[in-house]
Design a protein around this ligand. Sequence first.
Ligand code: ZN
Length: 246
Amino acid sequence: MIIDSHVHLKHGDAAATEYTPEQIVEVMDAAGIDRSVVFAMSTTTRRSIEMARDAVERFPDRLIPYVYALPSYERPVIEELREAIAGLGFRGIKLHIGECRLREYIADPVFALVGELGVPCLIDLGGDLATGERIAAAFPQTKLIYAHFGRYLCTDATLIRSFIALADAHPNVWLDATGVVLDWTISEAVRRLGAERVIFGTDGPHPAPTLTEMARNSIRQIEMLDISEEEKAMVLGGSVAQLLGL
Ligand SMILES: [Zn+2]
């Protein structure tokens, strides 16, 4: 089973591009993806809950919802996060360092909450290794997924290797292989951490070259790696299935 662990109902690009659940499932069908984790960003926590709930209501067997954690001046969002996970069946939390920073006095209540509730937290760290180290060490009971092996489209092999070493030192850290351009670092992570801690995703939908080809290329990237067929299957779906208890 192929599970895409990272799909945007609303992206973090300059236009905050949105995709409908129908568009997402159409790409999944064309690319051979069975299930997808979906979430919105570039919006409030409350709106991210509405968007993901609506998507999962339409495709309950295909889509898995994460809630977006973003502090608000209007109201405390921590109870909205708790209600989404404990009451509405959301399976994880998404955080992005670019929209709210991840300073301890802002974000630590979120890491404590997900640790308590036992769901993972998918975090884009924007290459901030020190913050990744701090969170992993401060919250050993919290399941952390570091997006893009630490930094989106990173060509700095030393930085990527530092994130792999971080995950090696902290068993509560998983690595999300979306937006990784140095393919060999994915193989290296599988050998060092085990395929159970390396997670496939598309970070889609993305229109180039086409919505479908982009998703197919992401699958092909894993299929072409110098790892065993069992390891490929684990990365393409088994690892996130284990992590989420699917
Ligand atoms: Zn993303």
